[in-house]
Design a protein around this ligand. Sequence first.
Ligand code: 5GP
Length: 113
Amino acid sequence: MSETIFSKIIDRDIPADIVFEDDLCLAFRDVNPQAPTHILIIPKKPIAKLGEADDDDQALLGHLLLKTREIANDLGLGDAYRVVINNGENAGQTVFHLHLHLLAGRPFSWPPG
Ligand code: 5GP
């Protein structure tokens, strides 16, 4: 996978407001927040998008979801948050390094736009 803005954040080549890090993942505030709280959770492993994850990534994908839950709890988001993965350009993905959006702090409509 080619270098992305997120791999540069992992490598500390560009700054980010990091809220959590462990061996497998990094979480930081979105530079262009779509809600009062908008965190991006990314694997350190360079997976371009969910559609390119494979069966060997099962534990990693579970880890990302459970860490998202933990971050939501730590930030006091209660049970009012949304988790989004945009997969592919036509679904709105702009950075091709897998990431989960954790959004909270405003009402959310359904279906999403
Ligand atoms: P996508 O559209 O791929 O699902 O989401 C990419 C997200 O990355 C967008 O919400 C965008 O605001 C965010 N983003 C893009 N570049 C940067 C950056 O340099 N720093 C941070 N913190 N977020 C970024």
